[in-house]
Design a protein around this ligand. Sequence first.
Ligand SMILES: Nc1nc2c(ncn2[C@@H]2O[C@H](COP(=O)(O)OP(=O)(O)OP(=O)(O)O)[C@@H](O)[C@H]2O)c(=O)[nH]1
Ligand SMILES: [Mg+2]
Length: 445
Amino acid sequence: MFDSLSGKFSQVIRTLQGKGKISEKNIQDAVQEIQNALLDADVNLRVVRRFINRTREDALGDKVLKSVDPGQQFTKIVYDRMVSLLGGEGEEKLALKGPDTTTVILMMGLQGSGKTTTSAKLAWRLQKEGRRPLMAACDLIRPAAITQLEVLGSQYGIPVYSEPDAKDPVKVALSALKAAKKDQRDVLIVDTSGRMHLDEEMMREIQDISRAISPDERLFVSDAMTGQNAVNIAREFEEKVGITGVVLTKFDSDTRGGVALSLKEIVGRPIKFIGTGEKAENLDVFYADRMASRILGMGDVVSLVEKAQEAFDAEKAEKLQKKIRKNEFDLNDYLEQIDNMTRMGGIEKILDMLPGAKGAISEDAIDKKEMLREKAIIQSMTLTERENIYIIGSARKKRIARGSGTSVGEVGHLLKKFEKMRLGMKKLAKNKKYQNALMQQMGVN
Ligand SMILES: Nc1nc2c(ncn2[C@@H]2O[C@H](COP(=O)(O)OP(=O)(O)OP(=O)(O)O)[C@@H](O)[C@H]2O)c(=O)[nH]1
Ligand SMILES: [Mg+2]
């Protein structure tokens, strides 16, 4: 999967990294090549356009051209864009309820996409995690479907609810749910029949099943090998039934992978698992960041990206230091720091970047709620006010308090705290020993 795409990406990136200096033209060329590679991989045209526009926008900003290592920075931009295209960082967890209730998972998708196999894989995975799954055989169309699920069930030690002579899958699903509850099964996985093409009657059937059993998860199972059509089909399922997550199967196959890249963006639903083979253990949790580095075709792209990130941080920190030394640190900078802190998930990291600052910033600066309140207050100020807090008199304070839903006292408190902090930071920044430590930390000397 993705072999050809990866090959092309690494080539583009290697070319850029070899260059000490990068021009706008180089970047335009690189972006163009990435566009061709994505189109060759059968990625949806609209998705390609959006991806390319965003990448170009980021890449032509100051960030790349003025950065320490433009090649690395460009890689990071492409990587970040790829991660967000695939659904962002972290894992998309299944919506599992507590063990005292039954979580219902409905499997749906085209014929042969891997619903039955995935039902069994998922049940096996959940059972390993200590759950008690039951599978329901609600494919009453394909003659061997029930047997197939039963065989898988006995292979992996998972019970299957079935009614061999039944005609109505909605009834079977309802009875299966009843049986699951009676037997205190905490997960019910409902396998349904595949739809060859979008047959209205078949869509109504899956709609009816879904309405009857109100699934907590409605997983759209899609074969990674199907072409562009998969995107339209997913859209149809999303409209008619509603998708809560996507499972991409047959990732182990040799395909160009375009569908995988298009689905999230078009359908707007997260990819939760990928199938990488026929066996029970061949179902992996989907991680956009890991997939992105795989697609970029560089084992070490992640560390590369981290290095670029560090360089970027160091540059910013240096700028910030200059401002502090000159006493030019203003509320705009402070706001940026608050945003950084929330983004990075903690003040610690920022404080680590400014050695010695930990002591200078009082404990209450680390209060998250206060941080959000401060953010609201600063955002209600004009840019001039943020640059020069001394123009903020009582009329302005009142306006700011009203705008931010706080009180005049709270606005005053923030201004006082900020002034004190700035003085403290300035003093620190004038301290030679502190400066040396800081420079060393940033690798400047
Ligand atoms: N290599 C590989 N094969 C898979 C994967 N997932 C499913 N398959 C195979 O694909 C074929 C179809 O899988 P099924 O699970 O029967 O598909 P289905 O969606 O239930 O099919 P219908 O019930 O006919 O609609 C089977 O031969 C599976 O073994 C996968 O991740 N990798
Ligand atoms: Mg099936």
